[in-house]
Write a protein that binds this ligand. Structure first.
Ligand code: CA
Length: 442
């Protein structure tokens, strides 16, 4: 999922106090800066798949050096695992020769300075190579995909798009031992409780016999297989669709695609509905309405003056559906009304860039999925230090941006809107260099 090196380990999922989701470390995930949460304040059940790096509550992730050796930690954890029903023989086999992986520790602590613009992210998500490969796989797996659609009601193009985004269709699943990565994170990561519960879930998967310990590979954060499920998501949503008795999201495309469909179905996917569509806004529009908390029917948005770009068509039957207005690059860029299925994709990975990537890639397989509006390419995302500076300046100017953590969450967006309103600017809540400079000069 995210392309530039600096973006690789970005955390994309919502997290609850005890669990968070990690982003996968492959090439295509968006960064904290370009994510526009549609469900800001509501820590969803992280059902997720993609491995996580903490984006929302860095304070809670403060690193506390371990007070015990890895062996001491392991022996204590062994007792807990056995109490949770893991057999001693399985535990000892899974932990044979396991030592902390310093590359995992390093990835867990990395804080990317630069964010990738959403337009570049989407270009990567829909690269011609990926589109062609997805089209070929849609043809190759037409029969399986047809049966999965019948069973779960999720469109095949979306399933193949998720497959492409998560692992380049199984090509990049991560080559780290999931047990070793999670043991490392449980021992000395920033979210030890989360890693601990994932590690227990991983041992349960092994005990089930779905995969051999040596073949249970994944990302540094423990996201596994072609779908990049974290172990708890695997336990709740992975399915055996090819009928060999194992839920094998590593080696079976049928299992991986059906598991993805099962997860999206559970996340509220509405069969046959669109993810959303691009819109055009009137010049005097109140951009503060482009907020995940503002939901109206498509008809109501139309009454506010929302129209279609010239030449665009609206998906059929959406008039009464609940829609949120999304401005991925602020008011100067393209605008979209997004529907329930977009929100279902966000449950997979809580990044609006990711959900846009999946949605548009799915359309691109059919030759559509092009954007009419122009991206503000001169408006590059703020770096992490600039985002922290912006938050600090907002707060010192009495626009409470919360903890200056470099993450543009609901509080920061609200503060940005207030500052924009006081300046008489469109209040889209989008962090720009122009706003940062304005606050610096106050
Ligand atoms: Ca299977």
């Amino acid at each position: 999922m995210l392309p530039s090196l600096s973006n690789r380990w970005q955390l994309r999922q919502l997290m609850t106090a005890s669990s968070l989701i990690l982003l996968v470390a492959c090439a295509e995930k968006p960064t904290a800066a370009d994510a526009v949460p549609l469900v800001p304040a509501k820590p969803a059940t992280p059902a997720l798949m993609t491995p996580v790096k903490p984006a929302a509550e860095p304070e809670a992730d403060a690193f506390i050096p371990p007070t015990q050796s890895f062996e001491q930690w392991r022996d204590g954890f062994r007792q807990q695992a056995l109490q949770a029903g893991v057999s001693p023989a399985l535990f000892d086999r899974a932990f044979a020769g396991i030592e902390p992986d310093m590359s995992v520790v390093k990835a867990d602590r990395s804080q990317p300075e630069f964010a990738r613009p959403v337009w570049e992210y989407l270009e990567g998500a829909m690269s011609p190579v990926r589109v062609r490969k997805g089209q070929a796989l849609l043809a190759q797996h037409a029969d399986i995909l047809g049966r999965i659609e019948q069973r779960y009601g999720v469109d095949r193009q979306v399933l193949v798009a998720v497959w492409g985004m998560e692992s380049s269709f199984g090509q990049f699943q991560g080559d780290k031992s999931v047990i070793r990565s999670l043991a490392t994170l449980a021992y000395e990561g920033r979210r030890p409780d989360f890693a601990h519960s994932q590690l227990l879930a991983a041992l349960q998967i092994l005990q089930n016999g779905d995969i051999e310990p040596e073949r249970m590979l994944g990302s540094w954060a423990g996201a596994m297989g072609q779908t990049q499920f974290i172990p708890t998501t695997y336990n709740t949503h992975a399915v055996d669709f090819d009928g060999d008795g194992r839920r094998d999201i590593w080696n079976s495309a049928a299992d991986a695609l059906a598991s993805t469909a099962h997860y999206l179905q559970s996340s509220g996917w509405q069969p046959g509905q669109s993810w959303g569509f691009e819109v055009a806004l009137p010049p005097t529009f109140d951009f503060a309405k482009a907020d995940g908390t503002v939901r109206m029917s498509v008809s109501e948005w139309q009454r506010l003056g929302v129209t279609l770009p010239a030449g665009a068509r609206m998906p059929a039957g959406v008039e009464n559906l609940s829609a949120t207005l999304l401005l991925p690059a602020g008011y100067r860029g393209p605008a979209f009304l997004v529907l329930d299925n977009f929100r279902a994709i966000l449950k997979y990975n809580n990044s609006s860039s990711y959900a846009m990537g999946v949605s548009l890639l799915g359309e691109r397989f059919n030759g559509s999925g092009y954007i009419y509006g122009q991206w503000p390419r001169d408006d590059l995302p703020l770096s992490r230090s600039e985002r922290i500076e912006l938050q600090t300046l907002l707060t010192s100017n009495n626009y409470d941006a919360g903890n200056p953590d470099g993450i543009i969450g609901a509080n920061t967006r609200k503060a940005i809107r207030s500052a924009q309103q006081s300046l008489g600017w469109p209040a889209d809540g989008y962090p720009t260099h122009k706003l940062l400079e304005s606050l610096r000069n106050r």
